[in-house]
Design a protein around this ligand. Sequence first.
Ligand code: NAD
Length: 324
Amino acid sequence: MKILVTGGAGFIGSHVVRRLLKNAHSITVIDDFNDFYDPSIKRANVASFGGPVEIEEMDLRDWGATQRVFEKVRPEAVIHLAARAGVRPSIADPKLYIDTNITGTFHVLEAARLLGSKKVVFASSSSVYGLSKTVPFREDFPVLQTLSPYAATKIAGEHLCGNYVNLHGMRIACLRFFTVYGPGQRPDLAIHGFTDAIENGRPIKQFGDGSTRRDYTYIDDIVQGVMGALSYVDGEEPLFEIFNLGESETTTLSQLISKIEKALGKKAIIERLPEQKGDMPITAADITKARTLLGYAPSTPIREGIPKFVSWYRELHSRKQGER
Ligand code: NAD
């Protein structure tokens, strides 16, 4: 199948591309290699694909460029992962998030519609649940109380997807990812940042009293869910579904820090700070729907995933030191 992966140079995207290559799909990646974090990480991700992948370096906010790439590739399916990610930075620069995540998603859907590329998998986020008090979160909960511009852009993206299904007969699966981690995790995310700080004897910033809870999802499980969604959208009749992809296990911030300390064999120096605006008190996924319809079967609980992450982190840094 001819597949276009937006954001394919990023953390989740590069894992998805490597998985798609195993099935001999024809793959094109769109990515603007922006500097939200060190772009050399994204270049290294692309260099590690180890198979034929077309790279289109472009910005999805540019409608003309988006249309040109879609016309050139004529994808049969689109996996739309490109976005400005991250809750806190979206509060600092909401316009960038709205332009990238809403206008960018609109451009992808519109270009796909014009070419008759009906099958889309869209990366949404657990952040859409905002202040929902009932846990675990189910896909049919109302999502009206978000805590960040980032979350609002993801709901807007889901709505645009629903719109394109109802008006234009597309087949779209929206996947609400719950905090994803594993080899290659973005350096701005807590597990990566904490590991780096503890390993190097720097203090870590703990916002709040350590009782906030997250459903942390291992990258291989997310990739399995994305593959399930890609098969699910393969067909003819219009289709719109939203799925939670989590591990369905929650971990407090304090427990997370302990697990990283244990895997590293080092103690954290903790700097305690007040809770941050935009942070959700809890995320917890009900994954019944994904299990039933996508065959989603997460298999790496956090007690196994953190040591795996720490091994990857140490290997990466010892390789980097060897290169110096
Ligand atoms: P990432 O930043 O590593 O990947 C996103 C990629 O999109 C980057 O390579 C970036 O350069 C590219 N991109 C951004 N804006 C672009 C634009 N205007 N044009 C073209 N390319 C652009 O982030 P990630 O963690 O891999 O996240 C992938 C997707 O999953 C995002 O949509 C994110 O919102 C969503 N998500 C991630 C998590 C998580 O925990 N990592 C959780 C929930 C949802």
